[in-house]
Design a protein around this ligand. Structure first.
Ligand SMILES: [Zn+2]
Length: 342
């Protein structure tokens, strides 16, 4: 019989030898293929930065379009004027970001003004404002429905009425984070992580998530929330888009490191699931496909990355079962009014 301590020593020695051997092999590795110069490496680095900004623009436009589609159809007590313009402030932009923006937009950018991202399908885009147009002044803020909007671009002025949309939403931001998450804070700001957008491949699923978050605002949960949680350190965004009811300004160099997140009760979560699904349905999304987001999030995403999104009760299985049941009862002819009748 080998005693335990001796066995441990033997195992340790073996691992120690393997470890030393691994280090030696590492040291002996020879570089195959051509060498790259620091200039070539710098060029590749710039290419990665441009791609990352391009992805961020896509994420912002995709999320903003889903939010807009839902707000447009949401039955709401109040209506807010929406111009559909997101503006990135050029005045505050750091030189290194300006350079990346100039490569992406293939134009030289002025020192002041706003680089515009029109919300796809929104009023500004319909009025002829194009992606990467430059506005001389900040996009309009706090509009009333049908209020006249005049956007002064570098080469022309565009005029159109603001559209009436439901749900008060202060701003929306896409944040760079490992977490697969979307959440609202106490100031009615909606945050979506870029990792959630990577994970949620179709917009039917995204609409169910965004509908849920907007329902927390619309159903008054922010005012009656159970508490606040601090989501610290995980959000190290390189880029942030801010959309108010029309105005936008974003400082591409801002780092989001701490966000105070609203914590809701189990029943508030259930209510947000139900109304979120209804909003997504009214906006024309396929809620049967969209409900699968809980199947995918419950099964596919690493647990550590969905902790905040899934830890709020009820469980993802209850959510999935309930949302699927609503979708199938609707198909059989049941109406939202019947669901909501006491
Ligand atoms: Zn929630």
């Amino acid at each position: 019989m080998i005693d335990k301590a001796m066995l441990q020593r033997t195992i340790f020695n073996k691992f120690f030898i393997i470890f030393i051997a691994a280090l030696l092999f590492e040291g002996c590795a020879t570089v195959k293929g051509p060498q790259v110069s620091s200039l070539e490496e710098e060029k590749a680095k710039r290419e990665i930065q441009v791609r990352s900004l391009q992805n961020w623009v896509k994420d912002v436009q995709r999320s903003a379009a889903v939010i807009y589609n839902i707000r447009k159809k949401i039955p709401s007590k109040d209506s807010f004027g929406f111009s559909g313009i997101i503006g990135i402030c050029l005045t505050e932009m750091k030189p290194e970001y300006r350079e990346i923006c100039e490569i992406l937009t293939s134009r030289s950018l002025p020192k002041t003004g706003y680089l515009l991202l029109p919300v796809p399908g929104g009023p500004a885009e319909k009025a002829g404002i194009k992606l990467y147009d430059i506005a001389l002044e900040a996009p309009p803020d706090r509009l009333k429905p049908n209020e006249n909007v005049i956007v002064k671009l570098v080469d022309r002025a565009v005029e159109f009425p603001a559209e009436g949309v439901g749900v008060k939403l202060n701003k929306m931001a896409i944040v760079s984070a490992d977490e697969v998450n979307a959440f609202v804070d106490a100031s009615k700001n909606l945050y979506i992580t870029n990792n959630l957008l990577k994970f949620v491949s179709d917009n039917d699923q995204l609409a169910v998530i965004i509908g849920h978050e907007l329902a927390h605002i619309e159903r008054g949960h922010i005012e009656k929330r159970m508490g606040v949680g601090l989501l610290a350190g995980i959000l190290t965004g390189v880029a942030e888009a801010i959309i108010t009811s029309g105005r936008g300004s974003g400082d591409l160099s801002r780092l989001v490191t701490q966000v105070v997140v609203s914590k809701f009760s189990r029943d508030q979560e259930r209510e947000a699931d139900y109304f979120g699904l209804k909003y997504a349905y009214l906006a024309g999304y396929d809620i049967e496909k969209g409900s699968d987001v809980w199947l995918d999030l419950g099964s596919g995403a690493p647990a550590s990355l969905t902790k905040s999104l899934l830890s709020s009760h009820p469980t993802s299985s209850e959510r999935l079962a309930r949302l699927r049941k609503i979708a199938s009862l609707l198909k059989e002819g049941k109406t939202w009014d019947e669901f909501e009748a006491k």
